[in-house]
Write a protein that binds this ligand. Sequence first.
Ligand code: SAM
Length: 223
Amino acid sequence: MTGQNKGQNGVKMRLRHIKGAEEEIANSPYVIQDPKAVKGKWRQLFGNPNPIRIEIGMGKGKFIMELAAQNPDVNYVGIERYSSVLLRGLQKREQLELSNIYFIRLDALELAEVFEAGEVERIYLNFSDPWPKDRHAKRRLTSDRFLAVYDQILDREGVIEFKTDNQELFRFSLESIPQAGWKVLEKTFDLHHSDMAQGNVMTEYEEKFSAEGKPICKLTARR
Ligand code: SAM
């Protein structure tokens, strides 16, 4: 299968099919093959009562694997909808000794079929596809359609953390999040030169864009 996706600038990119990706994912002990069967039982799967944090659209997974290494008392689930991208993360995962992270291949719209109400303590959205055309606004991971899904799985005190280089997507999110009844707790248009930079773990896209001199935006939000 060769899919089509919108890149950061909204340009159509071909998602290259990587031979054997599906098979490697299907045989990986690091990928939960039937995540819907684990709904409500994620802590049993991890074998501890620690909080569960997820990254939606983890790409090659640098960010979430670094967090997992830094925080052994937190459980992490990396979510990515494309096999060819997830495969890259798996190749890195195999070199690490970690017991607090799994991956799932899933579209974020299906998250409420995979996590029970309140089962997730934090959601990370990093450099989500901007979908610049108005008619595609519902596809943005900070649109009301996705916020309604996060509402179903996030703990009452749970927090969303969102980073992007895309100012339009950031401004859109600063409107869509309060409109959906959530509170923006903190925000910055220049993360790396702000108080919010403390403890920041960079993603692959963040490294690339900040090396080009682009400021990074970040917000956190809660209901
Ligand atoms: N988070 C990584 C980073 O910051 O380096 C990757 C960013 S990349 C631009 C966005 C990723 O989100 C892509 O790998 C894409 O396939 C994934 N993605 C987009 N929409 C998604 C959805 N609805 N469900 C799951 N993954 C999604």
